[in-house]
Design a binder for this molecule. Structure first.
Ligand code: CA
Length: 454
């Protein structure tokens, strides 16, 4: 990304947290004394020595990126022979998309962190310039939970919460539309996770996201500024942004994605297919490093150090207090901002209540493609193509091989940690709806609110 644009973004992002910075919170690197030892490099055999030692991975400054940042900071990439990995902060999801199109050879990136189904849309040429296909491979899921919808404080007391159909919030939002003051809710990139979470929640409560509200893509820092001036009503995004909105007293948390779908798929590590095919051992080295970083991230003993690392100016550029809650599963919920601690809503990187977080289940990719059809982003024909697309883009075999190799290198990885099925089984949502990846049409038929296009 051009350095001018990057500087502009950083300035804007800094301005958004200006008030908190004045309190004297440090964004500097933690002192070496407070850091644990880095992972020790392994002596690699010819079979595990990567073909190349470097790759350029993009990330967005949200909690989902932690395994990439920790793999870099705590020496896990180096441990597996990847001593020249560059992780590159992306100004926006649009910038990440542009940078993967040109690849690292053109000054962009080889892969990195993605919302879903961005790797599939890139592979099919559905979000690229001139519809050029940029084949991708999904290698691992980075995390679950850690996302939510924040609502501007002027809407306090109107029942905007998880079950807003029962609390009066749904009627309130529809009333605003009837009065010509449609509720405006933002996400950071259209037709992916944060858009889907918002749509799922609203539709399950009888609010039609295409008719009763205005949904739009707005950069995170701008959304916070707009919520402050009351020109934006809500924001669907990942930590630390929802916590930042609450801590800055701009708004409140209406719901967490963990409440909508426990242990839901969130963001993923995905790399260009040509890189993966040219460098299969380096691909597995990357995966081994990311898996070990995920295990490190989930260990409560490392939580404070992780918060210190992520908060730094070069990474998230936020006060540490904006991150601690999410890692403890403590969120100030609802109008009253009552702190609620629930183990079930904690961000997880390696294991959650349903098993593996890191393994990239194909059944989850299928849900994202089905949701794409549900909202008319793609015609129903995509559903017939979904299995082909999911299989082509899935790198689950690389994950499986990398995890198997790790069972000989890391006592925290055993064969029990390696899922035996590409499907996690039938998924259940907060409103009782179910998704069976072998019957996407039955799921679509069961939903009252949708915008399917032939
Ligand atoms: Ca997210």
């Amino acid at each position: 990304m051009p350095s001018f644009r990057r500087r502009q973004f950083l300035l804007t992002a800094s301005a958004a947290v200006g008030a908190s910075l004045l309190k004297g919170c440090s964004l500097d690197p933690p002192s070496p004394d407070s850091m644990s030892a880095k992972a020790a490099p392994l002596s690699l055999s010819p079979a595990t020595t990567p073909e190349v030692s470097g790759i350029k991975l993009g990330y967005i400054a949200i909690a989902e990126a932690a395994p990439l940042i920790i793999a870099q900071e705590k020496g896990f990439f180096v441990r597996h022979g990847m001593s020249d990995v560059k992780i590159s902060k992306q100004a926006s999801w649009g910038a990440a998309r542009d940078n993967i199109e040109i690849g690292s050879g053109g000054g962009g990136i080889d892969g990195g962190q993605w919302q879903m189904p961005m790797p599939h849309l890139l592979s099919e040429g559905l979000i690229t310039k001139g519809n050029r296909k940029v084949p991708m491979v999904v290698l691992a899921q980075l995390c679950t939970h850690g996302n939510g919808v924040a609502i501007a404080k002027k809407h306090k007391g109107k029942g905007i919460e998880l079950n807003l159909a029962q609390s009066g919030g749904a009627e309130y939002i529809k009333g605003l539309a009837a009065a010509g003051k449609k509720f405006k809710v933002a996400y950071t990139f259209p037709k992916v996770n944060q858009d889907f979470w918002l749509r799922y929640w609203l539709a399950a409560n009888g609010v039609d996201p295409n008719k009763d509200v205005d949904l739009l893509a707005v950069p995170a820092s701008q959304t916070v500024a707009n919520m402050r001036t009351e020109t934006m009503d809500g924001f669907s995004t990942g930590d630390p942004w929802p916590s930042r909105i609450v801590k800055d007293k701009i708004g409140f948390l209406a719901m967490l994605t963990a409440q909508v779908w426990e242990a839901h798929p969130e963001e993923y590590l995905s790399v260009r297919r040509e890189w993966v095919e040219q460098n299969p051992k380096a691909t597995k080295a990357l995966l081994k490093a990311v898996i070990e970083a995920q295990i490190w991230c989930d260990d409560p003993a490392n939580r404070e150090e992780m918060v210190q690392i992520l908060a730094q100016r070069k990474y998230f550029n936020v006060p540490t207090e904006f991150l601690r809650g999410a890692y403890e599963g403590t969120y100030p919920m609802g109008d009253s901002l009552t702190p609620v601690t629930d183990e079930k809503t904690k961000i997880r990187y390696w294991k959650d209540a349903k098993g593996s977080v890191s393994y990239p289940y194909q059944s989850h990719d299928k849900w994202f493609l089905t949701e794409t059809v549900r909202w008319g982003f793609q015609p129903t024909g995509l559903l017939q193509e979904a299995d082909r697309i999911v299989t082509q883009v899935s790198g689950e075999k690389y994950w499986r091989e990398a995890a198997t190799e790790l069972t000989n290198m890391n006592p925290n990885v055993t064969t029990k940690d390696i899922p035996t099925n590409v499907s996690r089984g039938i998924e259940k949502f907060f409103d009782g709806a179910t998704f069976d990846s072998t019957k996407p049409q039955a799921y679509l038929d069961s939903l009252a609110i949708k915008a399917i296009k032939a």
